[in-house]
Every structure is written in structure tokens, then in C-alpha cells.
Design a protein around this ligand. Structure first.
Ligand code: PEP
Ligand code: MG
Length: 524
């Protein structure tokens, strides 16, 4: 039986399933509230010192995650409610679980992947203290196992020895979680969103994290086919790594710029700037999570990325809330949000919020090579209004003597009206094709609906023809054209994109090597 999921870290793993959701050992209650409090305090200390010893063995990104967890554990705001409940007669384990579950529910309710993904860190902290309370160590997974369950804790990932293979298969999970990030940077195959099968699976399974699926109780023919795909993937990967350090070029020697797409400023921590040509898209929606970010928070986030990139360009997109990215307190309820008040339309309707982002961008611009682009532009008037707001805020800064710089202003090409009639935009500084939205609007097939996924193809001639005509218009007018949709990192789409005339792609960091390798295989 094959179950389909979403690939979070490409690769293949064959091995026994290890159940991540086995029940915890039982906590033996104490006789007084004072003893319960002491037990909880000791368990928190024990969990913290276990994390501290893991930090010593960890490198950059992993150490950052563990330090974040230690800081959370040491924060009285997290443990305070638990100690309060013990005072009211609750045993330590129930009090701790309840206090943490409230926090976890808050993160899980967020509309932002980034915040939902942090819920996994809190569950990890909760379970580590519960394990410490019950004084039983966790059973380790056998070498090469596929860790299977609802979700997986970052510490569990870091404690696992991946040197003999293995992988992660999650019923829920998120491609934006810390573990997914770690898995991508360590090359551990991972699939999320597998759902819950009717029967509890066991035994050996085949994890295909290249396409996103798992085969349970495989037949010999399935094992054989899987091993073929797995070795072909390993061969492609080995070859791809040799491309990472080189500038990208086709077989015919045509240079292609390859930039990266990021969302959180911390995404750049795991990327060597020498391996890419800059940031082609920084999505800023993540900053607009639970509460709207103030100017200072935004300024710091943008500045961090600009300083990391040095003199390479960083293209930051103004907030693209709405559609599949609702933001509480900002977006509005709509029956058809993909065709509603989304992206630049919403920003122009909420000038207080838009002006704050513009001020943060103008100030950050002095720290690097910033370019700014507007999402979901459909008409030249929208671009003109947005550009006028930049000019107004710039004048105000100049009058007050605030350090700032006006960045080049470009637009996303993701609404068909722009791709069909680009001549209205001859004044923009650059175009960036958003193939995710362009495809869904051209094909009338929602990007988040699996039942119409077969229609949602960037390689449909209608989509490719529009991309080619935008590229040609850019060449004719001297306007740079890049592409920052997911198709840019898809080896299967890259040949068609280069044939359509594109020479500038922006891809997910994990796809950099494979994208460069795919470019080297094209003859244009
Ligand atoms: C796109 O539409 O291709 C794009 C890059 O923007 P997003 O996926 O954030 O809508
Ligand atoms: Mg888009």
C-alpha cells in the first residue's frame, strides 16, 4: 500500500518503522505539593542539562534550535502556570502537561506556517520534562529506522544517529518546521502530511521523500523499483553537489543566475552566500503572524538579510497577505480569497500598515543591495500608487534627516493581465514571475487543491507562452526578468523555463544544487 504525502526533504529510506507516538512511562505521584514542585523543578533542570550537553555537540543551526529550547525552559512564564496548578493540588505531570498544552494550542492556531512549526519545539520541551519526571529514558530507534508518527521533536532528530540511513514519515508535520529545516540541511529523507491510515502500520517500509510517499508492506517488485529510484537519486545528488560551488551555466555555456527564496531571516543562517546570486524573493508574510510587526521589528529582519548578502541583491516583497495566507487583524473574510483583497490590493486598502513596512524598507536599504517588489499587481495604477507612497515616505525621512535609501521598485508577474499586456509596465525596475499564482490563474486550478493538481502545470503551453512573452518584453525594453515561483527549482521544469528565455531563477535553498545541475544539462 502506498500513501501519498508532501516531500519535506528529498531522499529515499528503506527500513523498519519506529513508532514515535508510543505512550510515555507512568509518573509516580508524590505526597505533598512541595514534593510535587520539587519534582517538577528537578525534571526541568534535568531536561535543561540534557539540552546543554546536546548544544556542546551541535553545530550552527542545530545549536540555535537547542538554545531556543533552553531559553524557553528557563522562562518562568512557561513554568509559572504549572507551579500554580501544583499549588492548587494537581500532580506535577498533569500540571506541566496542561500548562504546555495551552501554549502549544496557541501556536497551533496560528495561520502562519512559521508559528505553527514552533509548536513542535514546545511539544518537544513538554515531553522532555515528562520523560525526566518519569525517570525513564526514551527507547532509541534502531539504526536505519523510519521514524513514524504524528510529529517529531527536534531533540529526537538530533539524538538520532542518521549515519546508517533512516528517514522521517509524519502523519501531520510541516515542511516549515525546524526538523524539516534540519532534515534538509543534513539530507535526511522526510515526508509530512501522510494522514492517519485505517490500520496501524508496522514492519519494513519504503520512504520516497523525492515525490512524497511511503509504501507499507512492500512486495518484492516494489522493493526492486524503489531501490532503482533510490540509486538514481543518489547518483543525481552526488553529481549535483559538484555544481553547488560553481556559478550556474548551461551545457552551451550560457550563464544563468540562481538566487534563493527565503521567508524567515534565520533561513539564511544555513546558506553559504557564495553558492547563490542573492535573494530573489524574501516573503514577508511570516512577520505578520500573531500580531502585526512594528517598524523596528521589520527593519531588523530586513537588515539581517541585507548584511548577510553583502553586495549581492536581496529582493524583498511587500506583504502578500490574503489568498491562502490569511493574517488575523489584517485580511478580511471572503468567499473567494484568491480573487479577493490580497497582496498589493490589501496593502493599498490599509495604508497605515503599508506605510510602516515602506519606512522599514527605506531604512534597511542603506545596509545592502535592496530591491523591493509588489505582489499581485494587476494594473499599472497599483504600481504607480505604491511607488508614490515610497516617494512620500522618502521625502518625509529626508525632511527629518533619517538615514534611508530609495530601492529599485519592481513587480511580481503573477496576475495574467500583466503577463498578457506588460507594455503598461515599461517603467518598473524589474519583473519577477510568480509561477505559482500565474499558473493557478491561467489554468483556473487552485494551487492548494490536490484534486486539480494535474491541471496546475507550469509546463502547459499557455503558461509557458506567457512566460516567454514577458521574457521577450524585458529583453526588448532592458527590464530584468526573473522567476521566483517553485517551478524555478524543479528540475523537470527548468529546461522549459530556459527555453522560454529566462536566465534568472530563484529557488528554495534546498534545491540550489539540483537546480544548478539541471541547468547544466540544458543545451540553450
Ligand atoms: C508565486 O506566486 O509564484 C510566488 C512566488 O508567490 P507566493 O508563492 O508567495 O504566492
Ligand atoms: Mg504569488
Amino acid at each position: 500500500m502506498r500513501i501519498e504525502g508532501i516531500p519535506a526533504s528529498a531522499g529515499y529510506a528503506e527500513g523498519p518503522l519506529f513508532d514515535l507516538d508510543r505512550p510515555l512511562a507512568v509518573y509516580e505521584g508524590k505526597t505533598s505539593a512541595a514534593e510535587e514542585k520539587a519534582a517538577l523543578k528537578a525534571a526541568i533542570d534535568k531536561a535543561a542539562s540534557r539540552l546543554t550537553s546536546l548544544v556542546e555537540a551541535a553545530d550552527g543551526d542545530a545549536a540555535g534550535i537547542l538554545e531556543f529550547q533552553i531559553a524557553m525552559l528557563e522562562d518562568d512564564a512557561l513554568s509559572g502556570p504549572a507551579f500554580g496548578s501544583i499549588g492548587l493540588g494537581q500532580p506535577a505531570d498533569a500540571a506541566w502537561r496542561q500548562a504546555l498544552d495551552v501554549e502549544i494550542a496557541g501556536y497551533e492556531a496560528s495561520d502562519q506556517d512559521y508559528f505553527r512549526a514552533r509548536a513542535a519545539d514546545l511539544r518537544d520541551i513538554r515531553d522532555q520534562v515528562l520523560w525526566a519526571l518519569s525517570e525513564h529514558g526514551e527507547a532509541a530507534a534502531p539504526a536505519g529506522a523510519i521514524l513514524y508518527g504524528e510529529d517529531i521533536a527536534p531533540t529526537r532528530f538530533l539524538e538520532t544517529d542518521w549515519s546508517s540511513g533512516g528517514g522521517i514519515a509524519l502523519k501531520a508535520g510541516s515542511t516549515a518546521s525546524h526538523v524539516a529545516m534540519l532534515a534538509r540541511s543534513r539530507g535526511v529523507p522526510m515526508v509530512v502530511g501522510l494522514g492517519t491510515p485505517a490500520e496501524k502500520p508496522a514492519g519494513v517500509a519504503l520512504l520516497d521523500a523525492e515525490h512524497g510517499g511511503i509504501v507499507l508492506s512492500p512486495s518484492p517488485a516494489e522493493v526492486e523499483a524503489f531501490r532503482r529510484s533510490s540509486s538514481a537519486f543518489a547518483a543525481r545528488q552526488g553529481k549535483a553537489q559538484t555544481f553547488l560551488a560553481q556559478p550556474a551555466a548551461t551545457k552551451a555555456g550560457t550563464a544563468v543566475r540562481v538566487q534563493v527564496n527565503i521567508a524567515d531571516p534565520s533561513d539564511v543562517d544555513g546558506i553559504d552566500i557564495a553558492t547563490c546570486d542573492g535573494v530573489g524573493l524574501m516573503r514577508t508574510e511570516f512577520l505578520f503572524g500573531k500580531s502585526l510587526p512594528d517598524e523596528e521589528t521589520q527593519y531588523r529582519a530586513y537588515r539581517k538579510v541585507l548584511e548577510w548578502a553583502g553586495d549581492k541583491p536581496v529582493t524583498i516583497r511587500t506583504v502578500d497577505a490574503g489568498g491562502d495566507k490569511p493574517v488575523p487583524g489584517f485580511t478580511v473574510e471572503e468567499t473567494n480569497p484568491f480573487l479577493g483583497l490580497r497582496g498589493i490590493r490589501l496593502s493599498l486598502a490599509r495604508l497605515d500598515i503599508f506605510r510602516m513596512q515602506i519606512r522599514a524598507l527605506l531604512r534597511a536599504a542603506v545596509h545592502g543591495n535592496l530591491k523591493v517588489m509588489f505582489p499581485m499587481i494587476a494594473t499599472a495604477e497599483e504600481y504607480a500608487q505604491a511607488a508614490a507612497l515610497f516617494a512620500e515616505e522618502q521625502t518625509a525621512f529626508a525632511a527629518r534627516g533619517v538615514a534611508h535609501k530609495l530601492p529599485p521598485l519592481g513587480i511580481m508577474v503573477e496576475v495574467p493581465s500583466v503577463a498578457i499586456a506588460p507594455e503598461a509596465f515599461a517603467k518598473v525596475a524589474f519583473f519577477s514571475i510568480g509561477s505559482n499564482d500565474l499558473t493557478q490563474y491561467v489554468m483556473a486550478a487552485a494551487r492548494d487543491n490536490a484534486s486539480v493538481a494535474h491541471l496546475n502545470s507550469v509546463r502547459h503551453p499557455a503558461v509557458l507562452r506567457l512566460i516567454a512573452s514577458v521574457a521577450a518584453f524585458g529583453r526588448e525594453k532592458g527590464i530584468p526578468v526573473s522567476l521566483c515561483g517553485d517551478a524555478g527549482g524543479d528540475p523537470a521544469a527548468i529546461p522549459a523555463l530556459l527555453e522560454a528565455g529566462l536566465r534568472d531563477l530563484s529557488v528554495a535553498p534546498a534545491q540550489l544544487a539540483m537546480a544548478k545541475a539541471a541547468i547544466a544539462d540544458v543545451s540553450v
